[in-house]
Design a protein around this ligand. Structure first.
Ligand SMILES: Nc1ncnc2c1ncn2[C@@H]1O[C@H](COP(=O)(O)OP(=O)(O)OP(=O)(O)O)[C@@H](O)[C@H]1O
Length: 231
């Protein structure tokens, strides 16, 4: 279980998260939804160790990892796919995978990445930056996948992509979840996120103001609160 307990966090003097508690059980899909600027990205940054909380605790498998650096969490199976893709544009697709698979079997990692997104196989020697936005996003997801993570934190991975690419990405996320990987999903496509999710948290101004199963959500309230969110 990945647990955030009473987390307060921010940037300099700006307080963003206010006593946020959130649980991601192994092999579950948890959607974290909220208005713009609510603190969703900040929550993922705390969960992956990129941002140390000012108070509260981060636990993984019952172990207190509050203040641990990102590589310590990555080593324990927590993988963060940040907003804006996070691939190395000047490296080839293969080298992007190689960097992620460091220490492991590179051919196996490439094969796994290509099995997830066959288009990567056709671009394997090209610089990642020469691919379309959708293909770069696929590469970012494939890089996470090859490490066989236990928890993947996904920040708006469908942002700005063509509907057909969004379909492919959600299909992959379904498979990833089906393979036993837990997902913490920040998503603008509310309906799609809820279709995948076992649990949902709604965040507003740095606080969690709903936690439960998608079926318990009041859809009228959801739409009112998330008017403008894409379905
Ligand atoms: N590096 C930073 N320095 C200062 N303030 C920041 C920084 N990053 C985010 N913020 C502020 O923290 C608040 C929460 O931002 P965050 O990105 O976590 O929200 P979000 O829910 O992910 O929003 P969005 O959907 O717009 O990405 C916002 O008010 C934002 O302006």
């Amino acid at each position: 279980m990945l647990e955030l307990l009473d987390i307060c966090a921010g940037y300099g003097d700006t307080r963003v998260l206010r006593e946020v508690s959130l649980w991601v059980p192994p092999r579950s899909v948890v959607a974290l939804l909220g208005t713009n600027g609510a603190g969703k990205t900040t929550t993922l940054r705390v969960a992956s160790g990129l941002l140390a909380p000012t108070s509260g605790r981060l636990l993984l498998g019952g172990q207190d990892l509050t203040g641990s650096p990102p590589h310590a969490l990555a080593r324990r199976g927590v993988c963060h796919v940040p907003e804006g893709r996070g691939v190395f544009p000047h490296l080839t697709v293969r080298d992007n995978i190689l960097v992620q698979a460091a220490g492991g079997d590179v051919d196996e990692a490439v094969e796994k990445a290509v099995s997830a997104f066959p288009v990567l196989g056709r671009k394997i020697r090209q610089p990642a930056g020469s691919m379309s936005g959708g293909q770069q996003q696929m590469l970012a997801l494939a890089r996470a996948y090859v490490t066989s993570p236990a928890y993947v934190l996904l920040d708006e991975v469908s942002m700005g992509l063509a509907p057909v690419v969004v379909d492919e990405i959600f299909e992959f996320l379904g498979k990833l979840a089906g393979s036993g990987c837990a997902l913490l999903l920040v998503e603008q496509y509310v309906t799609r996120a809820l279709e995948l999710a076992d649990y949902v948290y709604l965040m507003n101004r740095g606080r969690i103001d709903f936690a439960g199963e998608p079926g318990e959500l009041d859809s009228a309230r959801l739409m009112e609160q998330y008017l403008g969110a894409q379905t």
